[in-house]
Design a protein around this ligand. Structure first.
Ligand SMILES: *Cc1c(COP(=O)(O)O)cnc(C)c1O
Length: 355
């Protein structure tokens, strides 16, 4: 219809809308229904809902595959892990979102899988571990260490051994990284973060371009009952419409803040992978100062989670479940779309007040 490939911005705004019919809405309505009229795609609300479709279509179009929405990012990864054959090897990051790693460790303890933990920036280690593995789970950049995996090298090696590769693309979003194009089999999202973008939704998704895998994952979602709410998918589809604008702005802010933080005498390290909206920083005073500082900021909200329009930060190790590979004093700063000078003044003020 368009005669050329649309840019991601145009897809984010336009994909997943209802057919244009006179008097019809421009956005998919919120369908609150447990039962639907027989003869369509689904007749029970656990198997399908027209509001899910809208979010799935826009995310699928951005990632270059078919998306399925889940109750949360963790519900999505659970469904995928459930499809790994019993007793097979899973390769996963040592330091990554702790909910994901925790779940894999639990499965390993129960004897359901054999788990091999690797560092995401050690490509040789990952490739060696992935021989004879059923699944390699990549998170890149990692949460919260911001390690970067060489996705293409990993998928290239995995293809030779018939190993499936899944990429948690939560931090990069399809606007900065499209893993399916790099040879991955699955993309997994916590849509609770940048995709929704307003800290008002818990939602997850899996994207694949294999029809067989899509069907298996959809079946698993119904079986687990790990389904999203209509309201959540509607909010996420609405959030995705502005993803490119929010990301551009927050990323520009993050680049500038990282530059200034790196040069500040009270900051011992500032880590930023060069794209995205997350900075991992440590302060000269150590964990206690880091904790005090994050609680005292004015504009930056002291809170967990990330990817919202508002800047948030927290010392990650305040969560007992966080990996011990994460430094005690590490602050994860999720940069929002506020004015960068206001954010910088806020950071300078708390640094001065707590040192
Ligand atoms: C938050 C997060 C998850 C978990 O997603 P939920 O929506 O909270 O279940 C998984 N991976 C990454 C990288 C995350 O940041």
């Amino acid at each position: 219809m368009h005669g050329h490939d649309l840019s991601p911005s145009t897809i984010a705004v336009g994909a997943g809308r209802p057919n244009r019919v006179p008097g019809g809405p421009l956005n998919a309505p919120i369908t609150l229904a447990s039962a639907l009229v027989p003869g369509g795609q689904s007749e029970y609300g656990r198997h399908g809902n027209p509001t899910w479709d809208s979010f799935e279509q826009v995310l699928g179009a951005l990632e270059g595959g078919r998306a399925l929405a889940f109750a949360s990012g963790i519900a999505a990864s659970t469904a995928l892990f459930d499809l790994v054959p019993a007793k097979s090897v899973v390769v996963a990051p040592r330091g990554a979102y702790y909910g994901t790693v925790d779940q894999l460790k639990e499965r390993a303890r129960r004897g359901q899988i054999e788990l091999r933990l690797v560092d995401m920036d050690n490509t040789a280690e990952i490739i060696a571990a992935s021989e004879s593995a059923a699944l390699v789970w990549i998170e890149s950049p990692t949460n919260p260490g911001l390690q970067i995996a060489d996705i293409e090298a990993i998928t290239h090696a995995a293809a030779k051994s018939g190993t499936a590769v899944a990429v948690d693309n939560t931090f990069a979003t399809p606007l900065r990284q499209r893993p399916l194009e790099l040879g991955a089999d699955f993309v997994v999202h916590s849509a609770s973060k940048l995709l929704s973008g307003h800290s008002d939704v818990v939602l997850g998704a899996i994207v694949t371009n294999s029809e067989r895998a899509h069907k298996a994952i959809e079946k698993r979602r119904s079986t687990l009952g790990a389904i999203p709410g209509a309201m959540e998918t509607w909010l996420a589809a609405r959030g995705i419409r502005t993803l490119h604008v929010r990301l551009d702005r927050a990323e520009a802010n993050a680049k500038e803040l990282h530059k200034r933080l790196s040069a500040h005498r009270l900051i011992s390290s500032s880590r930023y992978p060069g794209f995205g909206t997350i900075i991992a920083l440590e302060v000269v005073g150590g964990p206690q100062v880091a904790q005090k500082m994050t609680e005292q900021s004015d504009i930056i909200t002291y809170a967990t989670s990330l990817g919202g329009v508002e800047s948030t930060w927290e010392r990650r190790r305040r969560h007992p479940g966080e990996s011990e590979s994460v430094p005690e004093g590490l602050i994860r700063l999720s940069v929002g779309i506020e004015d960068v000078e206001d954010l910088w003044i806020d950071i300078q003020n708390v640094l001065a007040a707590t040192n």
